[in-house]
Design a protein around this ligand. Sequence first.
Ligand code: IPD
Ligand code: CA
Ligand code: CA
Length: 252
Amino acid sequence: MIIEIKEWLKEAAGYIRVSLTNELSVSQKSGRKDLVTNIDEETQLFFIKKINERYPQDRILAEEKGFDTIDSFAGRVWIIDPIDGTMNFVMEQENFCIMIAVYEEGIGQLGFIYDVMKDELYWGGKNSGVFLNDRKLTPPKDLPLSQGLIGMNAYMYKKNIYSAGEIGNRSMGIRVSGCAGVELIAMLKGNHIGYISNLSPWDYAAGLVLLNEFGFKYSNIEGKPLAFDKREYFLAATPAAYNEIQENFIHE
Ligand code: IPD
Ligand code: CA
Ligand code: CA
């Protein structure tokens, strides 16, 4: 399964790169800063067709076009964000990812975060570690909040939602990439000690499989398990930073 998912990702990424040489068809979803393109939809359809052909019993939760809810996580479920960071895709033509996760009975088994323009595929599976392309990565150090950069949602930082502003000020600095995949990669590389944002299940499903392998802690911002059924405030961090954030900053 891993080999074929990688092949699908490479094929989709090739198609996405070529699409950047043509004019995109861009539409608004909930507002002018919430975009979807023909490539988001076509990429999602590409994966759905592949999964349906190979694994017809499996179910799919994916961001676009009527796949964004699922009645249960029983059996095998694929969770897909065809282009994570659509605003970056449209405005920068880089810093966007494809993310795919495979869950069984609600437990993450495989996770893939593919930075398409860098051709960097971060992937891994339960109890098998985390890889960048073909190279196995070593887990980052368990640094405290005061010794690392933290990825953050700009609105949460500005409005100090769940003390995000204070948390950011305690860190070495905040970073705002506009792409959950890029933020999660930064944690896997050891560049960031954490990530605070407002995310949907397809934004974090693949990342959690990989964060788990490296011993990061994660939950909704109040410390409860992520629900996988709606957008919610999200916290992931090194154990040291996670504990410090929960104990000292989460008042709401
Ligand atoms: C978005 C990006 C962004 C995050 C948003 C997500 P999309 O994903 O990951 O960084 O702040 O919450 O919705 O819509 O571009 O797939
Ligand atoms: Ca996303
Ligand atoms: Ca998306």
